[in-house]
Write a protein that binds this ligand. Structure first.
Ligand code: AMP
Ligand code: MG
Length: 491
């Protein structure tokens, strides 16, 4: 047991509201201790916002907590049950290598999950070792923190510790544990699990818990469960629009990887697109391109339809009425998504007001970017500073004509050029976690134990809209390769 004084100083303030749900939703577990934990990276600013004492968190006892060797006061470790459609195939899943320590109540009164990922076997491990590799956990740390910097809703990363043990994948790799912070770990898959294996009362308990935790501002006269469905649809429409606007490809949009809170979760084979192309896929297992960049909004709609199906018994006592309510809500997703996307694209082009032809201006630009394989991020950055780059796109006559049309459009709004420019600076990042930069950081960390490359990368990724000179280097594109970049689920 951890020394009491230490715990008070550390600032853990844990509650366990999820564990009050019916027993089918979780199993109490004990993490499997690891031999010699070592702290690799710790997120000071996140820790402070959680109410943790940064200095006390550097102690040996705190390290033992981050490694799963000790349980902090107030924690009640559990593995959560959930199901999911993985590449359309429905299956039982659950936390196979993660455990929820509890919910930290922050100084601002927010409730966030504290989860250890890679903490050992659980009743849901299905033969897996319950462990995670250093490379995969650092990758999640880098990309989730980059997403946060970009202003895209996401789970956060508090720390990564190595276990001192190796895990066997294709070769022996260093084992590691990530401390993940999330608004909650409720997923579409949690509702699918309740719907498939629970009673209607279990499902209602889960829905009521979710409403209380995430969407408490409900009018008393409203259909509570329809409201839940609509709010989740709204959150996902906003999230997926941000993914598209940022060029982010999740890679495994299975229903177990879609949160109810609207945060991006589970950074497996995700990556940012370089050249604009809606068919871009990075994941080695996504053979048919189901989760390709351009398909993400459609897949989100598909996943939300699965979510709506789980709520049918709660939506209305009459099944066909329930189906109608669900269908109406789901059909609103496409429009909501499109509204968010169009608003975001207008901002990327410095447009404040709305004109009918805006969409055609945007689509024309995107189709030229596709035609000339223009880099997505750098093209918008160049437009922001109205500094054409030395690329094929900018040299074409087509682009010249488009540019004139765009400038004419900007002159048809009240706001001065300087406001447009500020809007563009705030909407178009100078840098994204470029795949080759992430790989270089991971390689230095894994092969040489040199974490400096990663620290520097994280530093510039923290403020992607700064457009500072030290970011210039990080926006260079990778050398043209004959092998397309591929990401692996190998975790
Ligand atoms: P993910 O690909 O991380 O979304 O995981 C999908 C499912 O596989 C979840 O139920 C995980 O808990 C489980 N899983 C992934 N890796 C392991 C592992 N090494 N041991 C046990 N379960 C795992
Ligand atoms: Mg997952």
């Amino acid at each position: 047991m951890t020394n009491r004084k230490e715990l008070i100083e550390t600032g853990w303030n844990l509650e366990n509201s999820y564990a009050c749900l019916p027993k089918i939703f979780f199993r109490s577990i004990k993490p499997t201790p690891v031999t010699s934990p070592k702290l690799i990276i710790f997120n000071n600013s996140l820790a402070t916002s959680l109410g943790l004492n940064v200095q006390a968190m550097q102690s040996k006892d705190s390290l033992e907590v981050l490694a799963g060797n000790q349980i902090p006061k107030g924690a009640l470790p559990i593995a959560q049950a959930y199901a999911g459609h993985q590449f359309q195939h429905f299956t039982m899943l659950g936390d196979g290598r993660a455990m929820l320590l509890g919910e930290q109540i922050t100084p601002l009164g927010q409730r966030v999950d504290i989860q250890l990922k890679g903490s050992g076997e659980t009743p849901y491990s299905r033969g897996g070792d319950g462990r995670a590799t250093l490379g995969a956990m650092l990758r999640e740390y880098i990309i989730s923190e980059a997403m946060y910097g970009l202003g895209i809703a996401t789970t956060r990363s508090l720390a990564v510790v190595t276990s001192g043990e190796s895990v066997i994948r294709e070769t022996d790799l260093s084992g590691a544990i990530l401390t993940r912070v999330a608004a909650s770990h409720l997923r579409v898959g949690t509702f699918q699990y309740a719907s498939e294996w629970g009673t209607v009362e279990d499902l209602r308990g889960l829905a009521d818990y979710t409403l209380k935790r995430h969407f408490p501002d409900i009018d008393s006269g409203e259909n509570r469960y329809l409201f839940l469905l609509q709010e989740v649809i709204k959150g996902q429409a906003a999230l997926i629009a941000k993914w598209q606007l940022g060029g982010f490809i999740h890679g495994v949009m299975n229903t177990d990887n879609m949160t109810i809170s609207g945060e991006t979760i589970d950074y497996g084979p995700c990556a940012f697109m370089d050249a604009y192309d809606p068919t871009t896929v990075f994941s080695s297992i996504d053979i048919k391109g189901r989760y390709a960049y351009g398909n993400q909004p459609h897949i989100a709609g598909w996943n939300l339809a699965r979510f709506a199906e789980t709520l049918l018994p709660l939506l209305h006592a009459n099944k066909s009425e329930a189906i109608k309510l669900a269908q109406d809500a789901i059909s609103g997703f496409t429009e909501l998504y499109h509204y968010n996307w169009l608003a975001g694209m207008r901002s990327k082009l410095g447009i404040f007001n709305e004109e009918l032809q805006d969409e055609s201006i945007i689509e024309t630009l995107l189709s030229m970017m596709k035609k000339y394989s223009a880099d997505y991020t750098n093209t918008f950055r160049a437009l922001t500073f109205d500094k054409p780059e030395d690329t094929v796109l900018f040299g074409t006559l087509e682009f010249g004509q488009w540019h004139e049309m765009w400038q004419a459009r900007l002159s048809r709004q009240q706001e001065p050029k300087s406001s447009s420019n500020q809007l563009m600076r705030n909407s178009n990042p100078a840098i994204i976690p470029r795949n080759h930069r992430v790989e270089a950081a991971l390689e230095a960390a894994e092969k040489q134990g040199d974490y400096s490359v990663m620290y520097q990368l994280l530093d510039v990724l923290a403020s992607p809209y700064a457009h500072s000179s030290e970011q210039t280097d990080y926006s260079t594109l990778p050398e043209v390769s004959t092998h397309p970049y591929q990401t692996f689920c190998g975790t």
